[in-house]
Ligand binder design. Structure first.
Ligand code: PLP
Length: 383
């Protein structure tokens, strides 16, 4: 795949080539655990599906092609499995700087599972450069950024974080789930590893759990490939096939998500029952200029604070017809989530307060339905 092709073309063709035996245009689902060998160690490049499987290989090739700047990609059974693989590169005593409003499951993985291996996770406000520089000590091995963040859509300066990472010899990881590979290319801004929960936009149909890591550096790919093989958090060939299918429409889906989200955010911002809207594509977003610099589109996530009480919020949720109340995001259908009681219930209460996650905050995953229908639905439920 030529990297000078445009995103929609790359997405459609990524990873797939006609199957050599039959000419099948889609890569088949190779449901096999093992591969017959001609003589011990003599085979066609595959020996056991945890190590490599042709369908997963096509899936990984597609992932590498859609994330700009990537040369390699690895696929995982979930986003969190992909995150674990990165942490498994570290040693006891290593320090990891993490943005304080990181995805709730990422925080839980670090605080409740990996902290006991004497890994020093520091959760900090990455909009505050003084705080970042002070925390970036010589034993800092990883800087973990998510941008935009969830649910308040804070934008973190990826290039600035890359400079801090380089100054202490740490690697920069960017969780690119919210922007998708279509709208943000952290590897071109100095990130060492891009991570996605493929469950969200890459899968795009709310029917699979999966994760991905993309990178440019060969040695780093080899290290992570070894962890993938040795720890085994791989997706099945069936899921790999489904992700290959999803990636073909990623760019057209993202275009509609972004168009709808912009319209919804602008509608909500003008509505008297709405106190505040969080969306990087609004001029009123405190980091709109930074978002414009590092993103080519603002994706489909919009959060807002309603005027009134929690009971008013519940009434509003009951009246919605097109938006479904559910966790997760990035699917074709529009969803609404109550972060305090749902996705962010596991975040320590103090931190929730600091981040502005209260009883009247709602997060929308704006789908690809008709723009006017989405606005009409919000309008009737607010009135
Ligand atoms: C969902 C999500 C994850 C975790 O991915 P899973 O596929 O649920 O394991 C990590 N980061 C972000 C930003 C997410 O939205």
């Amino acid at each position: 795949m030529h990297s000078d092709l445009r995103t929609k073309t790359i997405a459609v063709h990524a990873g797939t080539e006609p199957e050599p035996n039959t000419g099948a245009i889609m890569t088949p689902i190779f449901l096999t655990s093992t591969f017959v060998q001609e003589a011990p160690g003599v085979h066609k490049g595959y020996d056991y599906s945890r190590a490599d499987n042709p369908t997963r290989q096509a899936h990984e090739k597609a992932l590498a092609q859609i994330e700009r700047g990537a040369k390699y990609a690895l696929a995982y059974a979930s986003g969190l499995a992909a995150e674990q693989a990165i942490i498994q590169l570290l040693n006891p005593g290593d320090r990891i700087l993490v943005c304080d409003d990181v995805y709730g499951g990422t925080g839980r993985l670090f605080r409740r599972l990996f902290a006991k291996y004497n890994l020093d996770f520091q959760f900090i406000d990455m909009a505050n450069m003084d705080e970042v520089k002070k925390a970036a000590t010589a034993n800092t091995k990883l800087i973990w950024v998510e941008s935009p963040t969830n649910p308040t859509m804070k934008v973190i300066d990826i290039q600035a974080m890359s400079a801090v990472a380089k100054s202490v010899g740490a690697k920069l990881v960017v969780d690119n789930t919210f922007a998708s590979p279509v709208f943000q290319s952290p590897l071109l801004m100095g990130a060492d590893i891009v991570m996605h929960s493929s469950t969200k936009y890459i899968g795009g149909h709310s029917d699979m759990i999966g994760g991905a890591l993309m990178m440019t550096d060969k040695a780093l790919h080899e290290q992570l490939k070894f962890v993938q093989f040795a720890a085994g958090a791989v997706p099945s060939p069936f899921e790999s096939f489904m992700f290959l299918r999803s990636i073909k429409t990623l760019a057209v889906r993202m275009e509609q998500h972004a168009k709808n989200a912009q319209a919804v955010a602008e509608f909500l911002e003008k509505h008297p029952k709405v106190k505040r809207v969080y969306f990087p594509g609004l001029k009123s977003h405190p980091q709109h200029e930074l978002a414009k610099k590092q993103m080519s589109g603002f994706s489909g996530m919009v959060s807002f604070d309603m005027n009134g009480t929690y009971d008013d919020v519940v009434k509003f949720l009951k009246k919605l017809k097109v938006f479904c109340l559910a966790e997760s995001l990035g699917g074709v259908e529009s969803l609404v989530n109550h972060p305090e009681k749902m996705t962010h219930a596991s975040v320590p209460e103090e931190l929730r307060k600091k981040l502005g996650i209260g009883p009247t905050l709602l997060r929308l995953s704006v789908g690809i339905e008709d723009t006017a229908d989405l606005i009409a639905d919000l309008d009737q439920a607010l009135s």
